[in-house]
Design a protein. Structure first.
Length: 172
């Protein structure tokens, strides 16, 4: 009887080892296959979404360029001579541009979107700060004062432009 149990064990142990090895092999194979398919799907999605993401980056780059005070003042001329009206017109123009591109935020990282938003806010703040000066009494002087303010320092939108360029370079 003991011989039979020993013989049975001698047959079962190699079968059990073979079964364990086969299980481990197939588990590894299926895990690799799952990861490969996941990679293929991600690659295909990236291939389809990359042009859309790049277009979003282009649009927000254009937005930041358009709200740069130097370019904004050239593009948006004062309607009248009232500095408050011109200040409102400039800020309204920036807000409209921003709202027009608001949906693009889904293609940006949270940090990048925050920098873009901060660039917009800083530009609005710059316009408001300059307009608060009591020396400025009309729209033309406001334009001139904003341009003079920009002579010494870079536009607030430059920070957003640099961040967008950095993010786009990471895509490649």
């Amino acid at each position: 009887m003991e011989d039979q149990v020993l013989t049975l064990l001698l047959y079962c142990i190699p079968a059990l080892i073979t079964g364990i090895v086969a299980y481990l092999f197939f588990r590894e194979y299926f895990n690799n296959e799952f990861e490969r398919r996941k990679y293929e799907v991600a690659k295909e999605l990236n291939k389809q979404s990359l042009p859309i993401r790049l277009q979003a980056y282009e649009r927000l780059t254009l937005f930041l360029e358009r709200i740069s005070p130097n370019k904004l003042l050239l593009r948006v001329a004062p309607v009248g001579n009232n500095k408050e009206d011109y200040e409102t017109l400039l800020i309204k123009n920036i807000e409209q541009e921003f709202e027009h591109n608001l949906a693009q935020q889904i293609y940006f990282s949270d940090n990048c979107w925050s920098v873009i938003n901060a660039s917009k806010s800083a530009t609005v703040q710059l316009i408001r700060k300059v307009a608060m000066s009591e020396k400025i009494d009309n729209a033309d002087k406001l334009r001139e004062a904003i341009l003079n303010e920009m002579l010494d320092k870079p536009a607030p939108s430059n920070a957003g432009l640099h961040y967008i360029k950095k993010e786009v370079s990471e895509i490649w």
